[in-house]
Ligand binder design. Structure first.
Ligand code: DC
Length: 218
């Protein structure tokens, strides 16, 4: 069973996708974490983030693993090293667009994502292009959305809880920029697949959203 969950930043995708995967006893594939991991590698190698050929090359030569440990939770391994924290800083987040905008990088990513998803009993994949590109024939497609203001609030809370001090206006600008980058890019832009079920999570709790998704699946 393949469940595709797409939506903009702050729509609740990550938390909800993890819980849905757990309830169904299938894999959780955070595709954003994969784009983040390659961005981190490019930054650490001091690559020119506009050098598409080099970015494709490092994507082909990278080993990205998404692990799930009952006690430690989810972690991302890049070439054997745990990079779960490093890939979430605001500085790194702002650079992902360079990597996510390269068609050749995306082709490699899609191959890896399909392979991971097919390695188990099924998977919940979360991202921007899952229902449109990665699994256009997914068993269920969900498009999560929420009001802009609510998404900014959630992102702020997430960063504060993660120990980062960033002011509200900066986060607002950041979410707006990410929306535009994700929706307006030429390759695999974020959009709702025609056959996806759209859920507005603005007024829903996490549990309510999970229930809604599960009711669409059963
Ligand atoms: O889901 P996230 O915020 O961790 O994703 C980080 C960035 O990665 C996001 O701004 C766009 C990119 N991304 C993408 O282009 N395609 C995906 N399937 C997932 C993420």
């Amino acid at each position: 069973m393949i469940i595709a969950i797409d939506g903009p930043a702050g729509s609740g995708k990550s938390t909800v996708s993890k819980m849905v995967a757990e309830k169904l006893g299938i894999l959780y594939v955070d595709t954003g974490a994969m784009y983040r991991a390659i961005t981190l590698k490019a930054v650490n190698m001091h690559l020119d983030l506009k050098d598409a050929d080099r970015l494709i090359e490092i994507t082909k030569n990278s080993d990205i693993k998404l692990l799930h440990d009952k006690d430690k939770g989810f972690s991302v391994l890049l070439d054997g090293k745990d990079v779960s924290k490093e890939i979430r800083t605001p500085e790194l987040t702002n650079k992902v667009k360079f990597i996510a905008g390269v068609p050749g990088v995306r082709e490699e990513m899609v191959k890896i994502q399909r392979k991971i998803a097919r390695s188990g009993q099924g998977a919940v994949l979360e991202g921007r292009d899952i229902g449109t590109i990665v699994f256009p024939d997914a068993d269920r497609k969900i498009y999560l959305n929420a009001d802009f203001k609510e998404r900014v609030k959630r992102r702020h809370k997430e960063l504060v809880e993660g120990g980062q001090k960033i002011d509200y206006a900066a986060i607002k600008a950041d979410v707006d920029r990410r929306d535009r980058n994700d929706m307006e890019r030429k390759v695999a832009p974020l959009k709702k697949a025609d056959d996806a079920i759209e859920i507005d999570t603005t007024k829903l709790t996490i549990e309510e959203t999970v229930e809604k998704i599960l009711s669409c699946i059963k």
